[in-house]
Design a protein around this ligand. Structure first.
Ligand SMILES: NC(=O)c1ccc[n+]([C@@H]2O[C@H](COP(=O)([O-])OP(=O)(O)OC[C@H]3O[C@@H](n4cnc5c(N)ncnc54)[C@H](OP(=O)(O)O)[C@@H]3O)[C@@H](O)[C@H]2O)c1
Length: 407
């Protein structure tokens, strides 16, 4: 028994209480003979992580909020659990650097995931990257850290995982990040979100509830709103550029309402390779976990007869300006992707609380990208300063310009 456990791959799940985190634990549970959960982290959801700790018995757990860490420690102690709660400001980084952790599922949402992800990259971990914002904000630094430490970054985002699967062997996890093997471009597919057919006028009055009703995917709140504005696809264009070493001009976006073709790769000879599957994140999670092997993900086989037909259309950049803003930020470089990400995180938070309207999200993002001026970030500390100061900048803009447009 002891020998079998020692040979299992040790996995830390960051953001274990979220949509990706819970799907990851589902896949890990199906493949217990192969994986051992050694650490779990969350922000405030004490009840769920407590249950997860009882079930998976990780050695350590951590909460980003100190009060939540205290509450979790009390609950676990009362339940005679063997899990130790690390309660300190650098608890997440401690886990990311822990030598007993081999694989890190980076599934914290937003900029908050950057610190543990970069720590994991510096410590040579196998990183399964769902936290796209970390790559958007710090793509070059993450790649550099992984190159130096020997860490690998395997994409979990369904589109990037699809591309990862379609790319020639020599391009996957290539630390040099240059496309070869005859690859000519990447094609990211997008469902188009709940407002694919809305007019600009209709979009002025959409509610938070409507924006949170994604037609195909069940996801966390932030990524669902990003999908409705197409900012999610914009962030994914940036993520793809850093993950695969591709110019912005080599990344196409194609609206595909069925979300069956998860993305594609075009080759010089005219071939296009696509990865297809259900709209279920357990497939890319299982692929990233086991690559180059394949393991059970608990996902139903794709039924082509029921599916009938697949549709594709061009994205409307006029009605969804966030996609164009992301492309602009990527071309601009010099920290512009961090500016856009910070403004967008503020805008989404303010929309969800009902303070601003849906179309204000792109206005705030455009304002920050065009008008924020600050020093070009050169290291991780600069990126934290940039994020903080853009958030202030965006909030001041909302106070000044948008007090009456909220719903
Ligand atoms: N959901 C999907 O299908 C999907 C698909 C592709 C990519 N992604 C990407 O995966 C990431 C996670 O998305 P999600 O949908 O799983 O998000 P989610 O459901 O909102 O879960 C977020 C997780 O992060 C934790 N968290 C939130 N704020 C934190 C903070 N400040 N510090 C530390 N932990 C924090 C949450 O803890 P609490 O529960 O305690 O708040 C939760 O465990 C995002 O970057 C998203 O873009 C998601």
């Amino acid at each position: 028994m002891k020998t079998a456990q020692a040979s299992r791959e040790t996995v830390a799940v960051f953001g274990s209480t979220g949509s990706i985190g819970t799907s990851t634990l589902d896949v890990l549970e199906r493949n217990q003979a192969r994986y051992q959960v050694t650490a779990l982290t969350a922000n405030t959801n004490v009840e769920l992580i407590f249950q997860q700790c009882l079930k998976f018995k990780p050695a350590t757990a951590a909460m980003a909020q100190p009060e939540a860490a205290v509450a979790l420690a009390q609950r676990l102690k009362a339940a005679n659990s063997s899990t130790t709660v690390i309660n300190s400001t650098d608890a997440l980084s401690q886990i990311a650097a822990d030598p007993s952790v081999q694989t890190v599922m980076a599934s914290i949402v937003g900029f908050a995931g950057l610190q543990p992800t970069i720590t994991a990259a510096r410590h040579g971990k196998r990183i399964l990257l769902a936290n796209k914002e970390a790559m958007v904000v710090a793509g070059e630094l993450l790649n550099e850290a992984a190159r130096e430490s020997g860490a690998s970054i395997i994409p979990v985002d369904s589109e990037h995982n699809a591309i990862f699967q379609c790319l020639p062997e020599s391009n996957r996890c290539d630390p040099v990040k240059t496309l070869h093997g005859g690859v000519s471009s990447l094609v990211l597919t997008a469902s188009g979100g709940p407002f694919r057919k809305y007019t600009e006028e209709q979009m002025q009055s959409v509610t938070v509830e409507q924006a949170l009703s994604h037609p195909n995917w069940e996801m966390g709140q932030k990524v669902t709103i990003d999908s409705a504005t197409l900012m999610n696809k914009g962030l994914e264009v940036i993520e793809a550029s850093y993950l695969f070493g591709v110019d912005e001009s080599q990344i196409e976006v194609l609206v595909h309402p069925e979300s069956t073709v998860h993305s594609m790769v075009r080759f010089a000879d005219g071939s296009v390779l696509a990865q297809l599957g259900q709209a279920d994140m357990r497939t890319p999670i299982a692929n990233a976990l086991a690559w180059p092997d394949r393991i059970d993900a608990g996902v139903e086989p794709l039924d082509f007869i029921r599916l009938g037909s697949l549709h594709f259309e061009a994205p409307d950049m006029q009605r969804f300006p966030c996609l164009a803003l992301a492309r602009q930020a990527l071309r601009q470089g010099n920290g512009a992707t961090g500016v856009l990400n910070a403004a967008n995180e503020v805008a989404v938070e303010q929309f969800v609380t009902g303070r601003i309207g849906f179309t204000d999200i792109s206005r705030i993002n455009a304002h920050a990208l065009q008008n924020y001026t600050g020093a070009v970030p050169e290291n991780i500390e600069d990126l934290f300063r940039l994020d903080h100061s853009v958030r202030q900048f965006a909030l001041e803009y909302i106070d000044r310009e948008l007090p009456l447009t909220g719903m």
